[in-house]
Design a protein around this ligand. Structure first.
Ligand SMILES: [Fe+2]
Ligand SMILES: [Fe+2]
Length: 286
């Protein structure tokens, strides 16, 4: 008989890696060793994950050397991996560089994996040359079909994409997913059980909902921005950290989204101050 842990989906989502060719640095942040630190963190804590998804902005300026570096660095992680594109990526360049790109029948970089009662639906929201992402009719039709399959199979759906669809009431909304109402109508009409959406692009951690669907964003591997909310003026602050990825754990009823920081200048407190946190046990759900 399977254990609860065997039935629990564990999904890693990394985004906004923004790699440059080795030796090139932008704004003082070298994204290659930062990405390496992310992979170290996965190796230390999450080698039991079912899937690791890289949700776009893999490179800063979509050059071949940076895509090669991306593949070289991640090759040491012995986990199933899938790759999506963001606005900093170029689909044609990526397809030329990638060994086995995930592609739908129309050539877009998207796909799905059915794991432990879930459909992990990974969408291509990139529109090369445009900061805003979007979905053409072909991609929307593809989403309609995949959601219909998930509904008829009774699968819970987790949607991953690069561009945040949910308005965060921040300047980044001016380049979030364009025409989000089109995708939202597809999701609503599907009647599929969509339990979580995760996006990158906005370089900030957020949680909330979009059209009734739980929606989270992660800050990624490059700079992180402050919550610069509607009504503010002046310059928005940017920070070197935390760099983070998301860890989703879902049993179909409980879907937790954790934000795992791998570069974080917070001071670790003395463990002796927390004796009750020695050798803690987890809730038994078997
Ligand atoms: Fe980005
Ligand atoms: Fe982006």
């Amino acid at each position: 008989m399977s254990t609860y842990s065997d039935r629990l989906l564990k999904l890693i989502v990394m985004s906004d890696i923004h790699l440059l060719p080795r030796g090139e640095v932008k704004r003082g942040l070298d994204t290659a060793p930062r990405f390496d630190a992310a992979l170290d963190s996965v190796q230390a804590f999450h080698m039991d994950a079912d899937l690791c998804v890289f949700a776009g902005d893999l490179t800063e300026k979509s050059d071949v050397k940076a895509y090669e570096l991306f593949d070289n660095l991640r090759s040491r992680i012995d986990l199933p991996q899938r790759v999506l594109l963001g606005n900093h990526d170029d689909r044609d360049v990526y397809i030329r560089c990638a060994k086995e790109p995930m592609q739908d029948e129309n050539g877009f970089i998207e796909g799905y994996e059915d794991i432990k009662g879930h459909r992990v639906l990974m969408l291509d929201s990139s529109e090369p040359g445009k900061t805003r992402g979007g979905f053409c009719d072909k991609r929307l039709t593809w989403v309609v079909e995949r959601l219909a399959e998930a509904k008829s199979a009774g699968l819970k759906v987790i949607i991953l994409l690069h561009h945040n669809p949910c308005a965060l009431q921040m300047p980044v909304d001016t380049y979030r997913l364009s025409e989000p109402e089109k995708l939202l109508a597809v999701l609503h009409d599907s009647k599929a059980e969509i339990i979580q959406i995760v996006a990158g692009h906005c370089h900030i951690t957020s949680a909330g909902s979009w059209g009734g669907y739980p929606c989270a964003t992660i800050s990624g591997n490059q700079h992180r921005v402050e919550p610069f909310l509607r009504g503010r003026s002046g310059q928005q602050a940017c920070y070197e950290d935390p760099a983070q990825y998301a860890v989703l754990l879902s049993d179909g009823t409980n879907c937790a989204v954790h934000f795992q920081n791998y570069i974080d200048q917070s001071t670790v407190m003395d463990q002796l101050l927390f004796p009750a946190k020695m050798n803690q046990e987890f809730e038994k759900l078997d």
